[in-house]
Design a protein around this ligand. Structure first.
Ligand SMILES: Cc1cc2nc3c(=O)[nH]c(=O)nc-3n(C[C@H](O)[C@H](O)[C@H](O)COP(=O)(O)OP(=O)(O)OC[C@H]3O[C@@H](n4cnc5c(N)ncnc54)[C@H](O)[C@@H]3O)c2cc1C
Ligand code: SF4
Length: 562
């Protein structure tokens, strides 16, 4: 088979990390081929449902329940999935994976140019040294090979480009960043903040830090608070590959984008001990082609990349490429999610808010910070918001007739929710491997996922629910409802850790620059590299490490080391 086009670099995946790798490598002068398994999507033009009202949808934005059950059983578990956004989520029937029946795992995916950067909720928080030192401190798994000081300039670099609105707070466990002006809290959130900070010396509440512009930036408009972000944002107000990184990469004229290109495996040249390129299956015709490059960046998302590496075994690496350590596929993590409480705040009935702010509040981690104050390791942060439900609440409450309809014209009571996002420990038994029996429509072995929550995560969920309820009650909420929804791993959509970084090649896949210990011109910069999960939303960290890895790779190429 003829090898096609010699590129300087191949980037696999065009989501949050692939977009960054394409931007950084092309800006540094490399000729880059970006391979994306999903179809092409044009910024703005292809956000077909962006401002479509419910009555224009076939199922009034409630969706076809039979189709959801038959074809979107997993994706429809995601809060952002619906009739208006279905086109951004994969069809589960066409893109299966396996797990033991008693170990459900929800793998939420977006296969298109831009990946999940189109649907993400944009919450963007830095990790701190509390997180980078946690494994060493607790004697869990392996130590991170980096500390905050090394990554901080890359967080700056990324935030400056993507635009993160937020409030500096000076907290050691949640370092401040380069922020655009913060969004405003509403009246109930402001009162709750004041009461929490008065009653609890170890807690505070801040506005969410979101990759949503509050000031225009580089051709992208400030957010106009229209609300349904997960349908796409044609003003480019939130960061996505399509609104920000890919246009910059394309402007260099160094980028070739090839959609509908499913990377089957990395091609390894045993005599040179290098990755020589990748093998690609055309998503539509199933034709197989090979592409070569001097370096390869895998950014196909944590599980996508791990599947590619496991499927690239060679005589030297029989259990997956770059896997002499044997840890590839292991230490899968996510965050605990949907454990918290909500309550009603009376006394604000004469107040409302304008616009649909695409952001909430954040209560940074306060457990186990300076001293151990719980019966579990690590902790959680709360995300939430105060809102008054609109007329659509009528769908879920009993009632009929003119009086009922008139009542729905008034906004409902103020309700405030606090939802805990908890840290997940890295455990070897949480792993993925290739299914030995089943393949997908393109002949690629399915991923078999084996993951459960440990007792530590269960305790975190329990504490988040009890503590949220206590805090709301102590701060004046009524009708407080605690909950633990027992969501399966994966549903927080922060899967990470299956090709972790570390100093020792015997216990890690990547070095501190996201470079494979075993194959020096192969880099992995999606969430696979994470050595622990912290409890903050992780994508900002993936971006910072991606930009840093690109800088390192190009530096090494210039020195003749790659
Ligand atoms: C509804 C929702 C809300 C979220 N909210 C947040 C949040 O608030 N904050 C946060 O930090 N994170 C959030 N996330 C998670 C965030 O989207 C991911 O962490 C992030 O997108 C990961 O970036 P990535 O580049 O690794 O993967 P992706 O963005 O998923 O991109 C991977 C790309 O690789 C492509 N691909 C996969 N396999 C192959 C292959 N074999 N060949 C070629 N291409 C391939 C895919 O099609 C995709 O385009 C959210 C996710 C969702 C869905
Ligand atoms: S709320 Fe803001 S970020 Fe979201 S779609 Fe509207 S303009 Fe874009």
């Amino acid at each position: 088979m003829a090898i096609k086009n010699d590129y300087d670099a191949i980037v696999v995946g065009s989501g949050i990390t692939g977009g960054w790798a394409a931007k950084e490598l092309t800006e540094k002068g490399l000729k880059v081929l970006l391979l994306e398994r999903g179809p092409n999507l044009r910024h703005g033009v292809d956000y077909k449902t962006e401002h479509k009202p419910p009555w224009e949808f076939a199922y009034r934005d409630q969706g076809d329940r039979k189709q959801y059950r038959d074809e979107y059983q997993i994706q429809s578990q995601c809060y952002a999935f619906g009739e208006a956004t279905k086109n951004f989520f994969v069809n589960d029937k066409q893109n299966p994976y396996t797990h033991d029946p008693d170990k459900p795992y929800s793998w939420i995916r977006g296969y298109q140019l831009g990946g999940r950067s189109l649907m993400w909720a944009r919450q963007s928080y830095r990790l701190s040294n509390l997180d980078f030192e946690a494994n060493a401190h607790d004697g869990i798994a392996i130590d991170w090979p980096v500390r905050y000081e090394e990554i901080a300039p890359w967080y700056d670099y990324v935030e400056e480009f993507i635009g993160v609105s937020g409030q500096a707070e000076g907290l050691p466990q949640l370092p401040d960043g380069i922020f655009q002006p913060p969004m405003e809290m509403n009246c109930v959130e402001l009162v709750l903040k004041e009461r929490i900070e008065k009653k609890y010396s170890d807690r505070m509440m801040t506005i969410g830090r979101a990759a949503v512009l509050t000031q225009p930036k580089a051709g992208r408009a400030a957010c106009h608070y229209c609300g349904p972000c997960e349908r796409g944002c044609s003003t480019g107000s939130y960061f996505s590959s399509l609104s920000a990184t890919l246009p910059v990469a394309l402007a260099t004229k160094n980028l070739t984008i090839r959609p509908d290109s499913i990377v089957h495996s990395v091609i390894y040249n045993e005599s040179k001990d290098r990755a020589s390129g990748v093998r690609v299956i055309d998503a539509n015709t199933h034709d197989v082609q090979e592409f070569s490059a001097k370096i390869v960046f895998l950014c196909a998302s944590t599980l996508g990349t791990t599947q590619i590496l496991l499927n690239s075994s060679t005589p030297r690496y029989s259990n997956g490429l770059a896997n002499s350590s044997g840890v590839l596929g292991h230490y899968l993590m996510d965050h605990t999610y949907e454990s918290g409480a909500s309550g009603t705040f009376p006394g604000f009935e004469d107040k409302y808010y304008s616009g649909r702010r695409p952001n909430g509040i954040y209560i940074p981690r306060f457990q186990n910070i300076t001293h151990k104050n719980s019966n579990y390791l690590r902790g959680y942060g709360f995300q939430g918001s105060a809102q008054r439900p609109g007329w659509r609440r009528g769908v879920d409450i009993p009632g009929f007739g003119a009086e009922f309809k008139h009542a729905l014209r008034e906004p409902g009571p103020w309700r405030m929710g606090l939802d805990g996002f908890g840290e997940c420990l890295p455990r070897k038994e949480n792993h993925v491997k290739l299914d030995s029996q089943k393949v997908d429509a393109w002949g690629i072995p399915l991923l078999k996922i084996n993951a459960t929550w440990s007792e530590n995560e269960r305790q975190i969920e329990k504490d988040a629910s009890i503590t949220a309820a206590e805090m709301l009650e102590n701060c004046g909420a009524k009708d407080v409802v605690p909950y633990i929804n027992d969501t399966p791993p994966g549903l927080c959509i922060h899967e990470m850790g299956t090709a972790r970084m570390g100093n020792n090649p015997k216990t890690s896949v990547l070095n501190k620059y996201n470079q494979c210990h075993d194959v020096s011109n192969l880099f992995v910069t999606d969430g696979s590299f994470m050595t622990s999960s912290a409890c903050q939303n992780p994508s900002l960290t993936y971006m910072a490490f991606t930009a840093r890895a690109c800088n390192y790779a190009v530096g090494e190429m210039k020195k003749g080391n790659l």
